[in-house]
Write a protein that binds this ligand. Structure first.
Ligand SMILES: [Fe+2]
Length: 346
């Protein structure tokens, strides 16, 4: 954001309005507790009273966390889980640039604990940005792989929010709208970066975020976070490589719901009534989408050797279960089943 000049544009806009701005650009992909505390120090040094988050999910999660750190200065682990924050934060204006994570619309952040190599998840109303500014032009220059990974992540938000045990009448329309829009726009956004398609994905990302902020995500996200923590696979990619395999495993727990997802993606007719066939079409369609968007297999990822992967399986399965997300899945897996699913996605 700094190198491309996008940050300078935001700074200029704020300064034109008579505001004093300082830029903190020390956030790496998959933000760590250390980066958050550096950001917090920058915020204190500048005596800031508003935080503007600009970037992808990592930057937005960091901004959201930095903003609440003042009122919650203890060790980060202390605030893990649901509504564990003790103090309020500063207002956050979230400006997403990847049309993917939906972080601008959620009250969740994921921050890596550098002492244990695990991803901490914090959910708290005080983490929800005050303002979300979704401007499609900011995602216009996204390279193809990133478009693919965050796009499938967005689709995963829609699907998981829809099949989640915590889905409600309020979240269902948002979740399905997200899924429908991904089916309509993701291939074109990837293929030629068409701006209308990107606008569709930016909206889908917001809808997906708003849906899962209230309905939760499930097993795909539960299993993707340990992959990110141990092998530093980016969030979108780690979800994308798992989505077809985990969907195949989960079908039997919510066959009607998955059939509706297949209809929303246009994989079967709107009035298709054969639920089992729709489920199969969904899994095949998700595998096909990954191939089309050139999403690699787990075995193709740099740094993920079979040896390291096998050795990490027990810890990854435990960390996945500990996150709580698998509990919302249509089929709640055991640790052994999670290990098997990782192996299948290899
Ligand atoms: Fe996600």
């Amino acid at each position: 954001m700094v190198e491309s000049g996008v940050a300078a544009g935001v700074v200029a806009g704020l300064e034109d309005a008579g505001l004093a701005v300082a830029v903190f650009d020390g956030v790496e992909p998959d933000p760590t507790d250390a980066a958050v505390d550096e950001g917090r120090a920058a915020l204190v040094a500048h005596e800031a009273d508003v935080v503007v988050g600009l970037g992808g999910g990592s930057a937005l999660d960091a901004a959201k966390t930095i903003a609440v750190r003042g009122g919650n200065p203890g060790p980060m682990r202390q605030y893990m889980g649901y509504q564990e924050l003790v103090g309020a934060g500063l207002p956050v204006i979230a400006i997403p640039t990847t049309a993917g994570t939906g972080a601008e619309a959620t009250r969740v952040v994921v921050v890596t604990d550098t002492s244990t190599d695990t991803k901490m998840m914090l959910l708290d109303d005080r983490l929800c940005p005050t303002v979300a500014l979704v401007d499609v032009e900011l995602s216009a220059t996204m390279p193809r792989p990133l478009t693919a990974h965050v796009g499938v992540d967005t689709l995963t938000h829609g699907i998981e929010a829809y099949v989640s045990a915590k889905a409600t009448d309020e979240t269902d329309p948002l979740a399905l709208a997200c899924v429908r829009r991904c089916g309509e726009h993701l291939p074109a956004a990837w293929e030629d970066g068409d701006l209308d398609a990107r606008a569709g994905m930016a909206r889908a990302a917001y809808e997906g975020g708003a849906a899962f902020a209230n309905a939760s995500v499930c097993l795909v996200h539960g299993m993707s976070r340990p992959l990110g923590a141990v092998f530093h696979v980016p969030h979108g990619l780690s979800n994308a490589v798992l989505l077809p395999t985990v969907t195949a495993f989960s079908l039997q727990g919510a066959p009607e719901r998955y059939a509706e997802v297949a209809r929303a993606l246009g994989l079967v007719a709107d009035d298709a009534s054969d639920v089992a066939a729709a489920g199969e079409a969904l899994v095949a369609g998700l595998e096909d989408l990954n191939r089309r968007l050139e999403v690699p297999r787990l075995r193709d990822l740099r740094g993920v050797t079979r040896e390291r992967f096998d050795a990490a399986l027990p810890k990854m399965a435990q960390d996945a279960l500990a996150s709580g997300s698998p509990d919302r899945n249509p089929v709640v897996p055991t640790a052994e089943q999670i290990e098997e699913l990782y192996r299948r996605a290899w």
